[in-house]
Design a protein around this ligand. Structure first.
Ligand code: NAP
Ligand code: FER
Length: 336
């Protein structure tokens, strides 16, 4: 085992889109596990949109970070040493450990991962937070019925790609909105979406929505907000359900963005809009994971990982995800 740990810390608070210089690679002494604690060697780090909020130092649902702190996020790793009876050396675990090669955490906060359930990285994707977000967000907040049209924004990302496929499993029409031609091809040719469009190339979103959703949008799963959502809201069907999952188009905003007023659409369409946090379904995660695991084994959920190699490249991986360069789940592989 090395004598030093390598960590990525917050060097400066990003203004707008984060830059690599907002992060610093540092060395520190190897941590030692105390009573009830576990030493974990990281294998995969998750980079997620909500982590942008942590960097601003403001606590919403995720704790804001101080300058100099290790960047906190989901990690899958191997137990090196355990002082908690729930975990043993060699086990695979997942938890909020952060961008570092080794971490110590209380054993009660770590989830045991069964390596037979799939690649261990899926604990950060289909069988983890993004999968549960897609599952409960779509099924519980939107309650889609067979034959309905489901539109998802951020469609080629971790959550969005699963939302569309779960909509298909529930016999809905799935329409995706994403930011490149390659993503549109991925959605329609590899994931079985019924239609998709590239918002960076299309100028007339309304015309595209009319063409792809001639009977209106029954369910809208919003990952992005901004002008894309403004356009979808003008095209919702009677009794539509809208799940506000994320607003990534606003996460780097320096000034708040204002938009057209579409609340009257909710009156006309007798529609519901509901925000949610995946954590509100924590009591039912086991059920969700069982179903997602079954669909994954049956190959009814196709999933793609976008993996960047090396702890030192975690900031770059985070930035490329915010820039939309990822297809599927953006991950960082650490060590061998
Ligand atoms: P992701 O979709 O894999 O990656 C983020 C994607 O956002 C990028 O690939 C990019 O794709 C898109 N994007 C970036 N800037 C954009 C902009 N200005 N306009 C439109 N799209 C933009 O990330 P994820 O982990 O699956 O998360 C997706 C959303 O779900 C995020 O908003 C996140 O905050 C939210 N989320 C919410 C919960 C919850 O509990 N509520 C839990 C997990 C995630 P394009 O190429 O298409 O632009
Ligand atoms: C959580 C609730 C929400 C959580 C993550 C999120 C990691 C993500 C929200 C977002 O990406 O907007 O408990 O745990």
């Amino acid at each position: 085992m090395p004598t030093l740990n390598r960590q990525i810390t917050l060097a400066a608070r990003p203004v707008g889109m984060p830059k690599e210089s907002d992060f610093r690679l540092e060395e520190s002494p190897m941590p030692r596990p105390g009573g009830g604690e576990v030493l974990v060697q990281a294998r995969y780090l998750s980079v997620d949109p909500y982590m942008r909020g942590r960097l601003s130092g403001v606590t919403t649902y995720a704790r804001g970070l101080d300058l100099g702190e290790v960047i906190v996020g989901g990690v899958v790793g191997r137990v090196v040493e355990s002082n908690d009876p729930r975990h043993s050396a060699g086990d695979t675990v997942e938890g909020m450990l952060g961008w570092q090669e080794y971490a110590v955490a209380p054993g009660r906060l770590l989830r045991q991962i069964d390596p037979a359930a799939g690649p261990i990285s899926s604990a950060l994707y289909v069988l983890g937070m993004p999968g549960l977000t897609a599952y409960f967000g779509l099924l519980e907040i939107c309650r889609p019925h067979a034959g309905e049209t489901v539109v998802v924004s951020g469609a080629a990302g971790a959550v969005g790609s699963l939302v569309g496929q779960i909509a298909r499993i529930k016999r809905c029409r799935a329409i995706g909105i994403a930011g490149s031609r390659e993503k549109v091809r991925f959605l329609t040719e590899e994931l079985g979406f019924d239609g998709a469009f590239n918002y960076r190339e299309t100028t007339d979103y309304a015309a595209k929505l009319k063409e792809l959703c001639p009977n209106g949008v029954d369910v809208y799963f919003d990952n992005v907000g901004g002008v894309i959502t403004d356009a979808v809201m003008r095209h919702i069907a009677t009794n539509a359900r809208v799940a506000v999952c994320g607003q990534i188009s606003q996460y780097n905003a320096v000034e708040p963005e204002t938009g057209p007023r579409w609340l009257s659409q909710l009156i006309v369409r007798q529609a519901k809009v509901e925000g949610f946090l995946v954590s509100q379904f924590a009591g039912r995660f086991e059920d969700g994971l069982r179903q997602l695991s079954t669909w994954m084994k049956e190959k009814r959920l196709v999933y793609r990982e976008d993996v960047v190699d090396g702890l030192e490249n975690a900031p770059q991986a985070f930035i490329r995800m915010l820039e939309g360069k990822n297809i599927g789940k953006q991950l960082v592989k650490v060590g061998t």
